[in-house]
Ligand binder design. Structure first.
Ligand SMILES: NC(=O)c1ccc[n+]([C@@H]2O[C@H](COP(=O)([O-])OP(=O)(O)OC[C@H]3O[C@@H](n4cnc5c(N)ncnc54)[C@H](O)[C@@H]3O)[C@@H](O)[C@H]2O)c1
Length: 285
């Protein structure tokens, strides 16, 4: 049945989907001539760790962020050839940044849609503007930047790999004070499947990671909000996060970054449309 499995794919795409040498997930070279990876929201937290992890595995990494100073800081840490300012909510900004990457460094083989925001509010108190702001970055941003990256990959005809950063809150809504965020991340999980389904014929794999309680500036802000909303303390809320995690510690950005690197690499050559839980067991599905 092997012929039947790959028989409907576009010319040459079968090799790419199954991890052919020139396709997505090819092994990164250790000499700095490796495949090109672009990461959004790479100026901080998980995005910076993903950029660093990929660079350590031989990828040439171009960090992007709405904060260009932060993106450049990550670029220096990664030995990158450059960084770009990219606001993922703005189609023109995405097109400009990606156009500059392609012109200067070539077409990315790996694109990580990581940029995201959160703001804790009771569901009853979330304003329309706050809802729009969250959806704009977390869902529209993944859609626009992933679409632009996929178009570039299709034009180049070499396949590729897209990894979206969703969340444990993209698979369960039993999360306090984050209704707009939950809605956005459930959207990312569904979008990941739709992208994977449509882009498979081009040899492009699309997967997500669903992190849990990750120690980043986003978590620092959430600890303060949640403590305020519950009339508790930051320390007590942090302990709740640990207690909710069977592996009994908070997650590090590197825990997430290593799984992103796996999804981008050749060991995941037959994996697409999945949203992989990386949360120490805090939510199992
Ligand atoms: N920290 C956690 O516990 C956790 C858990 C699950 C999922 N996540 C997800 O991981 C991703 C990274 O989160 P983090 O914890 O590293 O947050 P962070 O706040 O530390 O970093 C987010 C980065 O995104 C950038 N950004 C914000 N808006 C942007 C925009 N419009 N365009 C481009 N860049 C923009 C910020 O400048 C910042 O550098 C997010 O998608 C978040 O939802 C985080």
């Amino acid at each position: 049945m092997a012929d039947g499995v790959t028989g409907d794919l576009a010319d040459g795409a079968a090799d790419r989907v199954t991890g052919g040498a020139a396709g997505p997930g090819r092994m990164a070279a250790p000499d700095g001539s490796g495949p090109l990876a672009v990461v959004t929201g790479a100026g901080s937290g998980i995005g910076a760790a993903i950029a660093t992890e990929l660079a350590g595995r031989g990828y040439v990494v171009v960090p992007t962020d709405i904060d260009e100073v932060a993106a450049q800081r990550t670029a220096e840490r990664c030995g990158s050839p450059g960084s770009e300012r990219m606001d993922v909510t703005d189609a023109a900004s995405v097109a400009d940044a990606l156009g500059a990457v392609v012109a200067r460094h070539g077409t990315p083989e790996v694109f990580v849609c990581n940029a995201g925001i959160s703001r804790m509010r009771r569901f009853l108190d979330v304003s329309p503007a706050e809802l729009e702001a969250t959806l704009a970055v977390n869902l529209r941003g993944v859609f626009l930047s992933g679409q632009a990256a996929a178009r570039a990959m299709v034009d180049a005809g070499r396949g590729g790999c897209i990894v979206n950063v969703a969340s444990m809150a993209g698979k369960q809504g039993r999360v306090p004070f984050l209704a707009d965020y939950v809605a956005s991340k459930f959207g990312v999980v569904g979008l990941t499947q739709a992208m994977a389904f449509e882009l498979a014929e081009h040899g492009i794999r699309v997967n997500s990671v669903c992190p849990g309680y990750v120690v980043t500036p986003m978590q620092d802000r959430e600890l303060v909000w949640e403590a305020e909303l519950k009339g508790s303390t930051v320390g007590a809320v942090r302990q709740l996060y640990v207690d909710d995690t069977p592996l009994r510690r908070l997650e590090t950005p590197e825990d997430v970054a290593r799984v992103v690197a796996f999804l981008a690499g050749p060991d995941a050559a037959f994996l697409t449309g999945e949203s992989v839980a990386v949360n120490g067991g805090a939510f199992m599905d």
